[in-house]
Write a protein that binds this ligand. Structure first.
Ligand SMILES: Cc1cc2nc3c(=O)[nH]c(=O)nc-3n(C[C@H](O)[C@H](O)[C@H](O)COP(=O)(O)OP(=O)(O)OC[C@H]3O[C@@H](n4cnc5c(N)ncnc54)[C@H](O)[C@@H]3O)c2cc1C
Length: 416
């Protein structure tokens, strides 16, 4: 491979990196995606669900369609959710959001991460100007006015644009000297797949426990499974509690989970192996430098309570691709500084707003003092009867708020 073959190098072939490559392919430049491994397809997956799933919003669905990945994703066992039920397990607050209130059939889909990633990989393979290489970046350094990328196999690349899509502990971010504001949530997210006595009815559920939020995301075994009782759970808990939950045997864990859910889905019949992820909020102070941009988790990570991480990432990708393709169409470099700054301007405010709103939710629901709890629970009751306010929140939940890139535009979704 020579430097001429890589105008744009995307470091990281996760969901964001592959989406970025397929969204930028239209600009006709040579794009290289680097990752240590190439995504594996369904033949290697087995029956068990991927413990990592994401709630994919309507805006992300539009972006995935635009990237050419949705057809594959839709052919897999993805599950629509048409309502969200949120309650305060400590008090009496409860609010439900239904797709009908937003005049839509569904609010989004729960998709296994490996399905989204593989769909995006297949989309990349459709473009002659995109190469996905099974090799990592070992070092990034500045060379004159540009960037030198050294690969694990000893080769070097000198692209006009480097995209850091290398996740939360981004080496691109660190080696480019882009600083972050960050702090620990002191929470771990425990994820697994469970079966419940009662079907979930395509409802995403989230009780806010005193120890942290618990998300139940509906899954289904196949497209014919209309009364599925399979859910993916994300149980966020403070350090000690998280350790306790991880140490329990299956029967003990199932009982604790059923209790935390107040039996709303009956007993928990089975639960798969559990995985625990430490949670940390991070936000890069700058998303861009000369000839370099960060997207998705490399630029920001937040608490998974609202399921917005990769949805924010897909919006980053769509906006960056829009800006880069517009520079290239004008005969400019893909790393044109004004365009990268415009990308940062368009995404940073939106991401900060989402992160601060989620932080507010987390603090509000973590609050112990009685007056705060009373106010919160009264607020939930009022909100539950307020169609206009709920419509506004639903719009956010579907990713359809704020200034959207063309690829995310809702198309068939009526304004409400
Ligand atoms: C428990 C939990 C639940 C979540 N639920 C949701 C949800 O419901 N909805 C939602 O939107 N988000 C959710 N998220 C967030 C979401 O999972 C992340 O935002 C998303 O996975 C980030 O994707 P990414 O491609 O940016 O990063 P990653 O998935 O971390 O991918 C980064 C890639 O970069 C590669 N890489 C790293 N270093 C190098 C290098 N030096 N050279 C080459 N490659 C490199 C890695 O191998 C990896 O493949 C959740 C997160 C957690 C922890």
């Amino acid at each position: 491979m020579t430097q001429q073959q890589a105008d744009i190098v995307i470091v990281g072939g996760g969901m964001a990196g592959l989406a970025c490559a397929s969204a930028m392919a239209a600009c006709g430049l040579q794009i290289v995606v680097l990752d240590k491994t190439i995504p594996q397809g369904p033949d290697s997956w087995g029956e068990a669900f991927d413990p990592r799933v994401s709630a994919i919003t309507r805006a992300s669905e539009n972006i995935l369609k635009h990237c050419g990945a949705w057809e594959f994703i839709q052919s897999q066992r993805i599950a629509e959710y048409s309502a969200m039920d949120v309650w305060d397990a400590d008090g009496t607050g409860n609010v439900q959001f239904h797709a009908e209130e937003a005049a839509v059939d569904y609010l989004g889909h729960i998709v296994e991460n490996r399905v989204t990633q593989y769909g995006l990989y297949l989309a990349c393979l459709q473009h002659d100007n995109v190469q996905v290489l099974a090799v990592g970046m070992s070092e990034l350094s500045q060379e004159g006015a540009g960037w030198l990328i050294e690969l694990d196999n000893g080769e070097q690349l000198r692209p006009s644009l480097v995209v850091g899509a290398d996740g939360a502990n981004s080496q691109v971010r660190e080696q480019a000297g882009l600083e972050t504001r960050e702090w620990d949530y002191d929470h771990n997210a425990i994820v697994t797949t469970v079966t419940t006595e009662k079907p979930h009815g395509n409802v995403a559920r989230q009780p806010f426990l005193t120890t942290g939020p618990l998300g139940f995301l509906p899954l289904r075994a196949n497209s014919a499974d209309k009364k599925s009782n399979i859910s993916s759970i994300v149980w966020s808990a403070e350090g000690e509690r998280a350790e306790e939950l991880m140490a329990m045997d299956e029967a003990e864990f199932n009982r604790a989970l059923g209790f935390a859910m107040e039996g709303r889905l009956g007993s928990i019949l089975t639960s798969d192996r559990r995985f625990s992820f430490p949670l940390r909020q991070r936000h890069a102070i700058d998303y861009v430098a000369d000839g370099l941009a960060l997207v998705a988790d490399a630029a920001h990570t937040l608490h998974p309570l609202a399921g917005q991480g990769i949805n924010m990432g897909f919006l980053d990708v769509a906006v960056l691709a829009e800006q880069v393709c517009s520079s290239v169409a004008k005969g400019l470099s893909p790393g044109e500084p004004m365009a990268l700054r415009r990308y940062q301007r368009r995404r940073k405010g939106h991401n900060l707003l989402m992160m601060s709103t989620m932080e507010g939710f987390k603090r509000l629901f973590g609050a112990e003092p009685m007056p705060v709890r009373l106010l919160r629970n009264t607020g939930m009751k009022i909100l539950n009867g307020h169609r206009l306010a709920k419509g506004h929140i639903l719009k956010h939940a579907m990713g359809l708020s704020g200034e959207l890139p063309d690829a995310a535009k809702p198309g068939l979704i009526a304004d409400f």
